[in-house]
Design a protein around this ligand. Sequence first.
Ligand code: ADP
Ligand code: MG
Length: 723
Amino acid sequence: MVGLDTALSSAIGGRTVKPLEKAFGITTVADLLRHYPRRLAERGELTDLRELRVGEDVTVLAEIKTCATKGFRQAQRLEVIITDGRGRLELIFFGARQQWRAKDLQPGVQGLFSGRVSEFNGKLQLTHPDYTLLRSSQLAEQEADLYAGALIAVYPATKDIRSWVITNSVSHVFEVLDPVPDPVPMEVRARHGLMSLDEALRAMHQPTTRAEWFQARHRLAWDEAFAVQLVLAQRRRAASVNPAMSRPPRPDGLRAAFEAALPFTLTAGQVAVGETLTEELSGTEAMHRLLQGEVGSGKTVVALRAMLQVVDAGGQAALLAPTEVLASQHARTIETMLGSLAHAGQLGGADTATRVVLLTGSLGTQARRAALLEAASGAAGIVVGTHALIQEHVQFADLGLVVVDEQHRFGVEQRDALRGKAAAPPHLLVMTATPIPRTVAMTVFGDLETSILSELPAGRSPITTSVVPVAEKPAWLERAWARIREEVEQGRQAYVVCPRIGADVAEDDEPDLDDDRPARPPLAVVDIAPMLADGPLSGLRIGVLHGRLTSDEKDRVMSDFAAGSLDVLVATTVVEVGVDVPNATVMVVLDAERFGVSQLHQLRGRIGRGQHASVCLLVTELPEASPSRERLDQVAATQDGFALARLDLETRREGDILGAAQSGRRSRLKLLSLARDEKLIEAARAEAFDLVAGDPALEAHPLLATQVAALVAEEQAEYLDKA
Ligand code: ADP
Ligand code: MG
């Protein structure tokens, strides 16, 4: 019996098993069959050679035009030119020992050629490509027709494992594989017109028509959505078994006092969301809410009101921020906003007062112990922190509400760990400035209900964004620096953002965008800051902020900048989220093409927060016609975060979105496209919730139960890895 769980080595054996494991981690039949073809090529349909790019691993279908031996002795080489009728590409085989190939590589012969594109003397070439030749010309006419129409699965491949090696392994597997049982109930399949899993797997790898291949993809994508939604349905059910504590508002409490002293009027959106939260916190079903709001829309006040309601009801609230800079800024902001309401037990503290503590990984032992004590005793009504908050030894007296700021940096598991610190499940409020389409919210963020703050508080000033194309207009960069000087002379402040810290230390993966950017390393904070200080910005007070500073250093720089004792902050994307200095009116983003669309939008949200008009300059060396450059133009053209998020979703691969949102899903969601498959996800969700409602443990569907368990285990493993 050969099934999906069978080890590949015992199913097919052979020399390719080891390399498959090495290249893709494939060890079982299932692993191999889930290594889906990226696309289909049609024999006879030639690949467009004009679209190749240097550095790409490609497999092209083309016809040999010429084949010639050049050079002598050691320098002997075989040069083969292939063409698809439009572009041409050179194949090179070095060495006298390669000359035998000339016999096969005859003009007129078609083949699949595979290798990494390189450039020599301005011409694109493949050095020592792998190939299989298609002998269509030798076939009988009828056979040739068949052959020309046949679909070839093109797999993600590497230097060592070529696409057709995978094709061969897959067909060996199908020769021995027993019919694959289908975990998805028959009725569900019938309702949605899904082919069986067995059919789908075969059609995915060996389709006879394109239509069949798309049907197979659809079915397999459906499985991905279904499995995730089953997990969510079970979670939702488990959560409803344990009621949350009701935290009703008090008319004479902290929250009322805070509201009475608020220096501004809440926007209509803040009021409306506030009402929803008030109600949900008063209920016994744990709140699970995602609050989306444009940068600067005033999410913090909304969260603070919710936290105060919980404190009034005798509970505590925890606020999780993605970075130490943000955590300490939040703590500072909240303390300032609360004033005497945050000084319980201190001189001048109000009667109803509570305390706010900051708990981060870098606190000294002394401070840390004090903070832990305040959290555990309940003296602190509000505990603000970073990941350190979810460490095991942090205890709360009565955690009633967890607020997560900028969710995209947190995984579901981390959230759950924090929720596990309360006797009854705490209410949950997640805030994000990255607008998230409904499908993503449903799939990636679990079953969060969504609220949106769409209007900005009154009195915000416009941000003008321009692209500074230094390749075509070098003088504009001078203008950018001059603009900073002008603003500083007016008493304003500026940000200069670089993609890298510098000094050659391993840094975070940069976003994987198009390959059309300059070949030099990205500009770095530690290089740019002194360069500006000695050059275009000499005489200005320049500070530096990046993730490698200690948190004390970061804090000092941030508070200096906030206090106005620095004019310019040269920083990495640590300023991306939350940093709030209304007096900053210029932002210059260097190597702007290195950042994603949503990221740029986030960055630019750091300005335009006061009463002065602001300007954001996106500096790039890219030429006008490149895709990355077009992306920058789009960011410059609109302030609508939702439009940009949609653009992001379309232009970036789903893996990246998931990676950014929650990397745990990356390996599993291979086919599901959050942008494209909205309907499918909703249908799968409805079926999953139905199924779990009638059969919470999926006892009648053992195969599904196993799948779901594996998914949960994978997610936990992922979480443990990161912790
Ligand atoms: P974000 O949604 O980006 O987190 P914040 O909560 O940091 O935004 O709010 C940005 C700024 O707007 C803060 O200085 C905050 O005090 C201020 N703010 C919030 N709500 C209002 C309002 N209704 N009217 C005026 N200013 C407000
Ligand atoms: Mg914020």
